[in-house]
Design a protein. Structure first.
Length: 83
């Protein structure tokens, strides 16, 4: 499982609710909102899916910028999270 978190910057503060609604439709978790910034969390099975989802975020109306802050993945080969 890949987990990725980042910040979405929105054009204007009054457009944040619309962007949050779109994120929820895409099953992307919203962790926090601060004025025109949205902190999001994506969980997916592969890096390619996460990469695709982040790229799609850039095309949401009123999104100015998307920054990836953190990503992590579990090693599914051994079942050991420390591997």
């Amino acid at each position: 499982m890949i987990v990725a978190s980042g910040i979405i910057s929105v054009d204007r503060e009054d457009k944040v609710d619309g962007v949050v609604d779109e994120l929820k439709k895409r099953s992307i978790m919203v962790d926090d909102i601060d004025m025109d910034k949205i902190i999001f969390l994506i969980e997916a099975e592969t890096v390619d899916i996460v990469r695709s989802e982040i790229e799609r975020l850039r095309h949401i109306e009123h999104v100015r910028d998307v920054q990836l802050l953190f990503y992590s993945f579990e090693d599914t080969r051994s079942g050991d999270p420390e591997a």
